[in-house]
Design a binder for this molecule. Sequence first.
Ligand code: OAD
Length: 231
Amino acid sequence: MEKIVILTGAGISAESGLGTFRDEGGLWAQHRIEDVATPEGFARDPALVHRFYNARRVQAAKAKSNAAHAALARLQMDFPGEVVIVTQNVDSLHESGGAEHVIHMHGTLAGAFCPACNHRWASPPEMAVGEPCPACGAATARPDVVWFGEMPYYMDAIYDHLAEATLFAAIGTSGQVYPAAAFVHEALQSGARTVELNLEPSTGASSFDEVILGPATETVPSWVDGLLSPR
Ligand code: OAD
């Protein structure tokens, strides 16, 4: 059976109005990673970190999924094999576009997490410093997102999927953040064909068998059409 493993990044949500991280004017041009996306930054100034994620939660709640998200949902539904979507994105646009079983390796804005007892719950629209964990009462609640220096979620399951992949696609990701940036090498070792769909060649574009350039809302639906058309 064929198995397609798809890794997505901020570029797939760009045309839904959500800013990427490293494009001109992107989130990391406006905020210091050390301040808002590390455990040390949260320990130093939790109010600043909550403000950053509260704003992203508001923005993500307003965003609508686009034709690229919908095309991947269609692929998951109609492909006569398995289609696994792994996303680095913390928005829920794959799900609102109709996808099921999305692996959120960098967590999700929709979740809150208590580092004291590992309890997880649905985040309120706005999180505040000192909010008590509903399970243990500790006042250390944080967004359920993965920060730099932390291990992404579901890594064992992802590596198992990559070991079985017959096709690996990376969509809308700059290939600068590990371990996701190394998935293409895992897939190649498994004998998978590899394809990148991005606005411009990513840092690791030379590792892919094929590179398709253009906006995701155009390239992804036509790539999916090709995979679903009878061979
Ligand atoms: P980046 O901002 O690093 O890269 C986004 C990529 O999408 C770039 O290569 C753009 O060229 C491409 N792109 C932009 N608009 C596009 C469009 N309309 N269609 C197709 N491609 C487009 O975002 P990620 O690679 O997702 O992690 O970043 C990876 C991780 O770094 C994030 O998950 C986040 C960040 O720091 C954490 O916070 C832990």
